[in-house]
Design a protein around this ligand. Structure first.
Ligand SMILES: C[S@@+](CC[C@H](N)C(=O)[O-])C[C@H]1O[C@@H](n2cnc3c(N)ncnc32)[C@H](O)[C@@H]1O
Length: 333
């Protein structure tokens, strides 16, 4: 099998040339040896490039692209329903049920070999109201990632802040609902999950984004810069204390366990406006979030004039993550 050997400094230039000529052998990996780059080429490669050495490669490394399911089946012999892999930039985060934990290190090594990642972390759940991740490094290194989604860039540290990929459609849906000139309050801004898509894809006048966790807030600020947003006012603080009253056209409650803050969201609405309220709810009592909103609105002399609920994703067996869109009118106004 043919390969070419070039000094490291010329590696990138020669790789590009070989790819342009369509002569790179994609079944094998590029590797590095003694200050040189070894680039696998097809047999029809005839030394068309000056200054490179063509040789017979007796120790090729093949690209094995096994998917997550194949890896688990290969290592443990089975693929359970709640195993999951998420890729953020060059970092993989995996969720394994207890039955797979004895195999976690071997699974991580296989992921390193088969995916383009520099680290594999085990997701062990989230802690408290701040949803701080509990993670364990299984292989490689690195935890700060750049993740692209819906035309936005999110930088964050997987050991410090959570990132939910299952809400991808919800984030863009909300951004599309925002009308020109609106003032939006994001009560649980995190690193900008909702704030940034709204800032980039709507004509909101202002987005006020409140986040309590200083680690998330730091990334929120960085992400606002990375995405070149101009109409966001970030606030480090507790939504139950810092949100003013009677100013917002739309309030986002993107936290699954924040029903105690529904009164704060209603207070923030100007005369009439939307609340997008998230909750994790057992399927048996699916009406609970709607009832909570209705009850609270009534007790505050407000009225819900339009309401709808949609499932965002499965949260746990028989538990849904839902979002309720409620249009509230303050009757006393
Ligand atoms: C569940 S995360 C947001 C998830 C996000 N909606 C998504 O779709 O991925 C909730 C965020 O709210 C923040 N938070 C929790 N309680 C808060 C409070 N009282 N005021 C402001 N932020 C809060 C947490 O620190 C966390 O960053």
């Amino acid at each position: 099998m043919k390969a070419v050997k070039v000094p490291k400094e010329r590696g990138e230039e020669v790789r590009r040339l070989i790819e342009k000529l369509g002569l790179k052998d994609k079944r094998r990996r590029i590797r590095y040896e003694d200050g040189h780059v070894i680039i696998p080429v097809l047999d029809k490669f005839q030394n068309q490039i000056d200054g490179v050495e063509v040789f017979h490669d007796s120790s090729p490394v093949f690209v094995e692209r096994k998917n997550f399911r194949e890896i688990l089946e290969g290592v443990a012999g089975f693929y359970p329903r709640f195993a999951d892999i998420k890729l953020f930039g060059r970092v993989a985060i995996i969720k394994l049920p207890d039955s797979l934990l004895p195999y976690k290190d071997r699974i991580a090594m296989e992921i390193m070999r088969n995916y383009k990642v520099s680290a594999v972390w085990l997701d062990k759940g989230k802690l408290g109201m701040e949803r701080k991740p509990r993670v364990e490094l299984l292989a490689g290194r690195g935890s700060v990632v750049l993740h692209k989604e819906n035309g936005c860039v999110f930088k964050f540290d997987v050991t410090k802040v959570m990132y939910s990929q299952g809400n991808q459609y919800e984030k863009i849906r909300i951004a599309r609902l925002v009308e020109e000139g609106e003032i939006v309050l994001d009560m649980f801004a995190g690193i900008g999950y909702f704030t940034i898509p709204i800032a980039k894809h709507s004509k909101a006048r202002r987005i006020i984004s409140v986040e309590i966790n200083p680690d998330s807030y730091e990334f929120l600020i960085e992400n606002l810069k990375l995405n070149e947003t101009r109409n966001v006012l970030p606030i480090l603080g507790d939504s139950s204390k810092v949100s003013p009253s009677d100013f917002a056209d739309r309030v986002l409650m993107g936290h699954l366990k924040a029903h105690h803050l529904i009164p704060k969201a209603i207070e923030a609405i100007r005369d009439e406006g939307w609340i997008h309220y998230h909750e994790s709810v057992p399927v048996k009592i699916l009406e609970r979030p709607i009832k909570r909103l209705e009850r609270t609105a009534e007790s505050m002399g407000a009225k819900i004039i339009e309401i709808g609920m949609r499932k965002v994703k499965n949260y746990a067996p028989n538990v849904y993550h839902v979002v309720v869109d409620a249009r509230i009118r303050k009757l006393s106004k």
